[in-house]
Design a binder for this molecule. Sequence first.
Ligand SMILES: NC(=O)c1ccc[n+]([C@@H]2O[C@H](COP(=O)([O-])OP(=O)(O)OC[C@H]3O[C@@H](n4cnc5c(N)ncnc54)[C@H](O)[C@@H]3O)[C@@H](O)[C@H]2O)c1
Length: 324
Amino acid sequence: MDTVLVTGGAGYIGSHVVKNLAAEGYRVVVFDNLSTGFRDSVLAGDLVVGDLADSAALDELLRTFRPAAVMHFAANIEVGESVRDPLKYYRNNAANTVNLLAALAREGVRKCIFSSTAAVYGIPDTIPIRESEPIRPINPYGQAKAFVEKVLEDCSRSGDIDYVSLRYFNASGADPQGRIGERHTPESHLIPLTLKAARGARRNITVFGSDYATPDGTCVRDYIHVEDLSSAHLLALEHLLQGGESGAFNCGYGHGYSVSEVIETAKRVTGVEIPVELSGRRPGDPPVLVADSTGLQQALHWKPRHDDLEFIVRTAWEWERKQS
Ligand SMILES: NC(=O)c1ccc[n+]([C@@H]2O[C@H](COP(=O)([O-])OP(=O)(O)OC[C@H]3O[C@@H](n4cnc5c(N)ncnc54)[C@H](O)[C@@H]3O)[C@@H](O)[C@H]2O)c1
């Protein structure tokens, strides 16, 4: 079976994909500097600890393991931090990706699956968002991801690489067997924050804005279970290995839940009356972000299996309650 290199495979999403790649019989090598990832999240394959900035380490890695493809998750992921410290994001998410792509070109690795984001769309004109929507990021995090998508397009045109960019909406949930889950520090995502409040690790959950033009006034997001996100990666891999075309695809269910609906679901699942604090809107938060994922379903034959907020929150809770 082919070897797949997974950068950032010790992180939240990467570790779920590593587990599923191994279950499908792929040989996996994780490359991660463990800056936000965890050694014990890597449930399969080899872990090489190293940094994407280190070209010599990348060359050695590629020569040793000879991967057929790369899945590139490694990045910093906090939008707010990217506004405060843009250079961190342009360095790690953009420049270090160019470094990786240069190493891939040197060593003749031609297939790449890239972790992109809904943040490349900024504030979209149309909902659900199609891939043809203008790319207009409004923060350095989204800018750096959009830049990498462009670099991949150019490298594909020059014949250096075949790629699939997957634009994730809100990755959520955890391994249904409870072995791995979301472990960001600081945490900025709604579901784990709400569940931390449920287990008493936070005082409350803050709702930013309750006067949006949405049914209950709170922001609506498209929460995709990390296992369905993972299956999109495996399909993208097969697609590229079989000589399929490069492209960018949205990853989401095509409908969303409001912040209030998520909190209510968390109260039901946990049985805890989670304290809620209302606060003002955050700048740059679009009222609704929902994916049109027809492209992923048609081109890659993706079939979501966990389009169920209750299941998402339940698997996240099983994981979260073990964190105390
Ligand atoms: N979590 C989401 O909802 C979401 C949404 C859209 C896109 N994404 C993208 O998905 C990817 C994974 O996100 P995540 O939530 O799993 O984040 P994470 O922080 O849990 O994982 C990132 C991993 O990359 C590693 N890493 C970072 N910089 C590195 C470097 N220079 N060299 C080697 N390893 C490095 C970290 O140690 C960590 O293990 C990121 O590219 C992120 O931008 C995530």
